[in-house]
Design a protein around this ligand. Structure first.
Ligand SMILES: Cc1cc2nc3c(=O)[nH]c(=O)nc-3n(C[C@H](O)[C@H](O)[C@H](O)COP(=O)(O)OP(=O)(O)OC[C@H]3O[C@@H](n4cnc5c(N)ncnc54)[C@H](O)[C@@H]3O)c2cc1C
Length: 446
């Protein structure tokens, strides 16, 4: 490998930006800087879940012990509950219609702890706060990318990673520029997120406010009803129960939403929404004193994530409805570990999918090829999960073609998580490297 070294600027310090920064900071040929618009890295006070696939990637990054300490319990690979599905939209006791189980089950965290574990793994002098990117220019005289920030400062880099979330300004500029270049105005429709027709209420409950027999303490629960569902699971070593409830108007999918994306709301609004549900749901919701209300948006599946030396990652390119607990996990997959070009397994702490692809780069001219290989692997996969997450919401709320046919609905719901196993992260990383070799070969012949 040559002594060639290049600079990556990551814009956005959420889960995707931080995970990528940790991965790239271990590549000797890369100088990484992360620019965050706000004054610190922060997450909301709520839960986040991941599945075996993401857990294995965290372990390969050498982060297993740190994340193990903050999980609801240390993940050990044994069969665990994904979700316990119940019919719950009636005043009397409901019933289970499916128990989804899988190795590791659903692994749960308090979001603040989750983000902090990445922050702790970040080397010093990589993070820059109060740096809101307003625009970039790809064509500088030196072949660099120039970045312009809202405080008037500028800097340059060789590769820009857009990790700036669902409202990504980098996605907006990228799609506008490609649309103008290609004369394809249809591309502009991918810029704005789309309301799913669903709103969510969120809250946290100290576990001692619930009776010890409450099902939410033992297992992740999915209480289902017509056009509504309620998710609950324990986090923080079981001390806290995280609750997210959903209420949908399927016909409004794609309409504009009139209120702010996130607001506080009176507890009574939440209680009224589920007033006729089974007792244990009402008991749960009565303990949420200050719920927040969220409009749930997602992106149309994007046709590309990359333009030249700009790549979109995380919610910036595949923001999805949260019904499979997958958005953050998909962002982390970008940092999947990989193998060297001789086919040997590399030391885990040195190897990640994008980092590994970028590690192969020996000149600025071949940088776009690495991004193209990243896109070829990650775009179909994450778009599949994006579409599946929306469909899962329809299933939980009896609005899919399966309706209330529990016998077929249960297995269909379980199948929605097939992506957790197949294709494996190992297959994905091999494909990414193979694509890069192929692209380099084609480029060298033209
Ligand atoms: C109700 C709900 C529940 C969810 N539950 C789960 C779950 O259980 N499991 C799961 O895997 N996923 C879940 N998700 C999805 C998950 O939260 C997101 O996919 C993930 O947090 C996205 O991370 P990100 O880093 O891409 O974006 P963000 O977290 O949005 O981070 C973007 C960062 O970029 C910064 N930024 C923005 N613009 C600029 C700019 N111009 N310049 C510089 N910085 C900028 C922002 O300040 C922010 O720090 C859920 C989502 C919702 C709404």
């Amino acid at each position: 490998m040559s002594a060639f070294k290049f600079r990556v600027a990551i814009c956005g310090g959420g889960i995707s930006g931080l995970c990528l920064a940790v991965a790239l900071s271990r590549c000797p040929n890369i100088q990484v800087d992360i620019y965050e618009a706000t004054d610190r890295f922060k997450e909301i006070g709520a839960g986040v879940m991941i599945w075996a696939r993401t857990w294995k990637i965290l372990e390969q990054m050498g982060l297993g012990p740190a994340f193990s300490k903050i999980a609801h319990s240390p993940p050990d690979g044994s069969i665990g509950t994904g979700f316990d599905f119940r019919r719950s939209d009636q005043p009397q006791e409901g019933f289970r219609f499916r128990l989804v189980q899988m190795p590791y089950g659903c692994i749960r965290f308090y979001r603040v702890d989750f983000l902090d574990s990445f922050v702790d793994a970040l080397p010093p002098n990589v993070a820059h706060f109060g740096m809101r990117l307003v625009s970039y220019s790809q064509e500088t005289d030196a072949g660099d990318i120039s970045l312009q920030f809202s405080d008037g400062t500028t800097t340059t880099c060789n590769l820009l990673a857009g990790c700036d979330g669902i409202k990504s300004s980098i996605r907006a500029q990228l799609y506008t520029e490609v649309s103008q270049r290609s004369g394809n105005a249809d591309l502009l429709k991918y810029i704005d997120p789309v309301w799913t027709g669903t709103i969510a209420y969120r809250g946290l409950i100290p576990v001692d406010r619930l009776p010890p027999s409450h099902r939410s303490i033992a297992n992740p629960m999915m209480y289902c009803g017509k056009s509504k569902h309620v998710v609950s699971y324990s986090i923080s070593r079981g001390d806290i129960i995280n609750v997210v409830t959903f209420a949908s108007e399927p016909k409004k999918q794609g309409n504009s939403y009139s209120d702010a994306w996130v607001t506080h709301c009176p507890q009574q609004e939440l209680l009224d929404c589920y007033a006729s549900w089974e007792p244990e749901v009402r008991q749960l919701l009565s303990q949420i004193e200050n719920p927040t209300k969220w409009a749930i948006y997602h992106l149309r599946p994007l046709p590309f994530f990359v333009d030249g030396k700009i790549a979109l990652l995380g919610d910036a390119c595949h923001a999805m409805a949260p019904h499979e607990g997958a958005g953050a996990g998909q962002a982390i997959e970008v940092c999947n570990f990989t193998v060297s070009d001789q086919g040997r397994l590399m030391r885990p702490k040195d190897a990640f999918i994008l980092a590994s692809l970028l590690e192969q780069v020996t000149s600025l001219e071949t940088l776009p090829l690495a991004l193209e290989a990243y896109q070829r692997v990650r775009l179909p996969f994450s778009n599949h999960v994006l579409k599946g997450s929306f469909d899962s919401g329809l299933m939980y709320e009896f609005n899919s073609d399966y309706g209330e046919d529990y016998e077929n609905l249960g297995p269909a719901i379980e199948k929605q998580w097939d992506w957790v196993e197949e294709p494996s992260p190992k297959e994905e990383r091999l494909r990414a490297l193979w694509y890069l070799k192929e692209l380099e070969h084609v480029a060298s012949r033209s």
